[in-house]
Design a protein around this ligand. Structure first.
Ligand code: FES
Length: 163
């Protein structure tokens, strides 16, 4: 499922940008700095918005499209910040077979965002996750710290209302 950026405004600080540029400088001359630079950048900002990708593109002298392609391909990279209540749908095999794809669709509808997105009020973010080791409860959704198992799409609205 493709990650989609939302229109949430970027709030990076000058201090974070300084940290980012210094970190990238430390990787200059390395053979393949891209993955470690992206991982470190995500540690600084918590996610990798296009504004941060642009700085990385400039500093490393690579096209922005290349960076965007990597960030959207690997599930470890986040295009959007996490919400106050992060919602993760397990798309591991056991959960997928039991219909977690339908749970993702229903959550996208209910929250009005796509997989990888965050609501405008920053309350909920939605992501897919790999197996979280609760396959016996498949299909599984994590909302905040809570794990919900054996879910049907029609239960999700009532559950979200609790948050
Ligand atoms: S596949 Fe979902 S918890 Fe294991």
């Amino acid at each position: 499922m493709k990650k989609a950026p939302t229109s949430v405004k970027f709030h990076g600080t000058a201090e974070q940008e300084k940290q980012l540029r210094e970190m990238i400088a430390g990787y200059k001359g390395e053979k393949s700095p891209m993955m470690p630079v992206l991982q470190e950048a995500q540690k600084i900002y918590g996610y990798l918005p296009v504004e941060v990708q642009k700085i990385i593109a400039d500093e490393l002298g690579v096209p922005l499209e290349e960076i965007y392609g990597i960030v959207t391909f690997y599930s470890q990279f986040l295009l959007n910040p996490k919400g106050e209540v992060p919602v993760s749908v397990c798309l591991g095999t056991a959960c997928y077979v039991k219909g977690s794809g339908k749970l993702m669709e229903e959550l996208e509808n209910l929250l009005g965002i796509k997989n990888g997105g965050i609501t405008e009020d920053m309350k909920f973010s939605l992501d897919a996750t790999r197996c979280i080791g609760a396959c016996g409860l498949a299909p599984v959704v994590m909302i905040g710290e809570d794990v919900y198992g054996r879910l049907e799409p029609n239960q999700l609205k009532g559950i979200l209302e609790k948050y």
